[in-house]
Design a binder for this molecule. Structure first.
Ligand code: MN
Length: 363
């Protein structure tokens, strides 16, 4: 874990910024308080924390594991304690920062590093555990279904159970699974289920797939510094260029970190992925057109007003969700971002909660 992420974590425990949604940065101009609903908010369970340390249960022993163990033991312990907690640390931190609700997701790399049978068992356990938390605090928490893409049949069954029986609101997938991506036919049942259940898949970063990893290692670039974004952004472009979003036209997909750089690249993608111009590029719409139909982004880890302004202008305030990346980043800068980006109150309401409530069917 990088020093910056450790500092974020420490700051999260003792955040002192009053984050009511009322900006002091712009002097007298008070903005209406916002209901902040975070859509990239992580948890784990002790069993999975322990299993990550057990090599015989992990079959994808890649950079995520190295990244985990590169963290200083005290920092790792603090992160793990924050991840498995819901009420002692998390709720007070949410109250202090002005976070109304977290849509919880099992932290990366999720169950995707485990052998298929173990992965399904852990996904079920994590989903059962977090369902109890949501049941205790339905006004403060919602949840995404953890699932094992390495077992597509088991994944679909768990997706259906998660939405229909547990009342969850979306699905979390941490980018590649053992070097494979969701456009590949073996994963289509998962995309079909997400479309049929009408809930979004949140494609969260993890360290780059083995084929992409080599240039990321010698300067510790595989994580939040660079590798996470390149990995998840590559996944986004694969979903577009493969025609996967044409095969599943009602699929809803969310990318964090301001869209993993895709909004910045969008005009270049449109120039180079014109439908029909290259037989290997399969998309039927322009890449920018998928942002009006299938794709949403979240502001995670990018508290930069200029970037948010750009994304609002490029893809629209109705495609942007709010998030904090708990417990890896403090909430206060993400709250402040909503006041500092020169947005209208209608745009602030869309981004802070209305878009999330709509696509995740939050009540
Ligand atoms: Mn995250």
């Amino acid at each position: 874990m990088t020093i910056r992420r450790r500092q974020f974590l420490l700051a999260a425990a003792s955040v002192s910024v009053a984050a009511s949604g009322i900006s002091t940065a712009e002097g007298a101009q008070k903005k209406i308080p916002l209901r902040c609903v975070g859509v990239e908010e992580h948890f784990s369970i002790p069993e999975i924390v322990a299993a990550m340390r057990s090599a015989n249960r992990v079959y994808s022993n890649d950079l995520d594991i190295e990244y985990l163990y590169a963290t200083a033991p005290a920092d790792l312990a603090q992160t793990e304690a924050a991840l498995v907690d819901f009420e002692t640390l998390r709720l007070p931190a949410m109250d202090q920062a002005g976070v109304a609700k977290q849509v919880l997701s099992l932290t990366a790399p999720g169950v995707q590093v485990f052998k298929p049978d173990v992965a399904l068992e852990f996904a079920r356990l994590a989903n059962d555990r977090v369902a109890e938390v949501v049941k205790r605090h339905p006004d403060r928490f919602a949840a995404m279904v953890a699932l094992p893409p390495q077992d597509p049949q088991g994944a679909v069954a768990e997706m259906e159970r998660g939405i229909q029986k547990l009342g969850f609101n979306g699905f979390i997938i941490n980018s590649h699974t053992h070097g494979e991506y969701l456009d590949q036919a073996k994963f289509w049942p998962i995309l079909e289920a997400a479309q049929a259940l009408d809930r979004p898949i949140y494609i969260h970063p993890r360290s780059p797939s083995p084929a992409m990893a080599a240039p990321m290692t010698d300067y510790n670039m595989s994580g939040a510094l660079w590798g996470f974004g390149v990995e998840a952004g590559t996944h986004a472009v694969r979903l577009i260029a493969s025609g996967t979003l044409d095969r599943f036209p009602k699929l809803k997909v969310v990318f964090g970190h301001m869209g993993e750089a895709i909004p910045y690249w969008l005009s270049r993608l449109d120039i180079n992925a014109v439908p029909g111009a290259d037989s290997r590029i399969k998309n039927q719409l322009l890449p920018s057109e998928y942002f009006r139909r299938n794709l949403w982004i979240a502001v995670t880890g990018m508290p930069d007003p200029l970037v948010l302004q750009y994304c609002v202008k490029k893809i629209g305030a109705d495609r942007i969700l709010w998030s904090t990346d708990y417990p890896y980043a403090p909430a206060a800068p993400a709250v402040q971002l909503l006041d500092d980006a020169g947005l209208t109150d209608a745009q602030r309401e869309l981004i802070s909660h209305r878009n999330a409530e709509s696509i995740f069917h939050l009540t």
